[in-house]
Design a protein around this ligand. Structure first.
Ligand code: ATP
Length: 285
C-alpha cells in the first residue's frame, strides 16, 4: 500500500506535554479518523504533518517527501482545513480567490464555483461577518479547489449544525470516489466516523494507542457485563477498565476469546461502539 503520511519515531516536548516516539502510517485511498480526548495531541500531530510545528526528533514523510527538501511540492498536494484559519478578515471570498488561486498549479476555478454554490456562500461579504459555520465552509472551499490528493482537517465539524455535517460527509464521500485521494481528520464526533471512516487512529497522552480499520475494531474490543463477584485480582487483568455499578460490572476487553474461555456464559460479551472504546481507553490510566 502507498503511504501518504509516515511518521518515524516522532517526539515533541512541551512543558507538561509530550508526543512520545510516534510511528504512524496513513495509506492512500482511505478516510482515517483521528480521535483522542481534549489535549491528547491531535492538533500538535496535525501541525507536524503541515510543518507548522517541527518535531524535536524523528522524521515526517508526506508522499515520500520531506518538508526540509520538498515543502512546496508537498503543499501543492494537500488541502488543509482547520477552525482558526487566519484570513485577512476585511477580505471577501472573491478577493481571497484572487490571492490563493495563483499559489496552486492545479487550481480549478470551476470547482471553486461549484463549492461556493454548494455551500451557499456569499462572494462579496467580508469574512469578518461570517458565522463559525460559514468560516469552516470557506476554509473547505479554498482547501478543495486545487483538487488536493490529501485532505487534512482539524475538527472540521466542530460546532456545526447537523445539516451541514451531513453535507460535509457527503462531499467527503464524493471526493473518495477517486481512489487516489486520502483524507485524514480529527474529530470528537464518533458517529461521523462510524459513517465514513475506513481507519481509526487513537491517541492518548501523546501516544498512538491504535491504528485499526474500523471493521476490525469489533474483533479487537468487546463490552463485557456481569456480576461484580466474578472480578478478582486474577480476572481483572483481562480488562482495560472496569466500571462497577452496584452488584454488576461493565468493562472493555481486548481479549474477548479469553474472556469467553474464563467466564463462559456467566458474562455477556457484546459489540462495542467507538465512543465506548474511547471512553474505556481514556478511563484506564
Ligand atoms: N505551542 C505550545 N506550547 C506549549 N504547549 C502546547 C503548545 N501547543 C499545544 N500544547 C499543549 O499540548 C497538549 C496537546 O494539545 P493539542 O492541541 O495537540 O491537543 P488536541 O488533542 O488537539 O486537543 P483538543 O481536542 O482539545 O483540540 C496540550 O496540553 C496543549 O496545552
Amino acid at each position: 500500500m502507498d503511504k501518504v503520511i509516515e511518521f518515524e519515531n516522532i517526539s515533541k516536548e512541551y512543558s507538561g506535554f509530550s508526543i512520545k516516539n510516534i510511528d504512524l502510517n496513513i495509506n492512500k485511498g482511505y478516510i482515517t479518523g483521528f480521535v483522542g480526548a481534549n489535549g491528547s495531541g491531535k492538533s500538535t500531530t496535525i501541525k507536524m504533518i503541515m510543518n507548522l510545528v517541527k518535531p524535536d526528533s524523528g522524521e515526517v514523510n508526506i508522499f515520500e517527501m520531506n518538508h526540509n527538501n520538498d515543502e512546496k511540492d508537498i503543499k501543492q498536494k494537500i488541502g488543509f482545513v482547520y477552525d482558526d484559519n487566519i484570513y485577512y478578515e476585511g477580505l471577501n471570498l472573491r478577493d481571497l480567490h484572487k490571492i490563493v488561486a495563483p499559489a496552486y498549479k492545479n487550481w480549478d476555478k470551476k470547482a471553486f464555483q461549484h463549492y461556493i454554490e454548494t455551500f451557499d456562500l456569499p462572494l462579496n461579504q467580508p469574512i469578518k461577518y461570517f458565522s463559525k459555520g460559514m468560516r469552516m465552509k470557506a476554509s473547505l472551499v479554498l482547501a478543495l479547489s486545487h483538487n488536493p490528493e490529501l485532505l487534512i482537517m482539524d475538527e472540521p465539524t466542530a460546532g456545526l449544525d447537523p445539516v451541514f455535517r451531513k453535507e460535509l460527509l457527503n462531499i467527503l464521500q464524493e471526493i473518495m470516489m477517486n481512489e487516489n485521494k486520502t483524507i485524514f481528520f480529527s474529530t470528537h464526533i464518533t458517529s461521523d466516523l462510524e459513517k465514513i471512516a475506513d481507519y481509526i487512529v487513537f491517541i492518548k497522552d501523546g501516544e498512538i494507542i491504535f491504528n485499526h480499520s474500523i471493521n476490525s475494531l469489533q474483533n479487537e474490543f468487546a463490552l463485557v457485563k456481569g456480576d461484580r463477584s466474578l472480578i478478582d485480582r486474577d480476572t481483572e487483568d483481562e480488562f482495560d477498565y472496569i466500571n462497577y455499578k452496584g452488584e454488576y460490572f461493565e468493562a472493555m476487553t481486548q481479549n474477548p476469546k479469553v474472556i469467553y474461555e474464563v467466564f463462559g456464559d456467566e458474562v455477556s460479551i457484546d459489540n462495542i461502539s467507538l465512543e465506548e472504546i474511547m471512553y474505556f481507553l481514556n478511563g484506564a490510566d
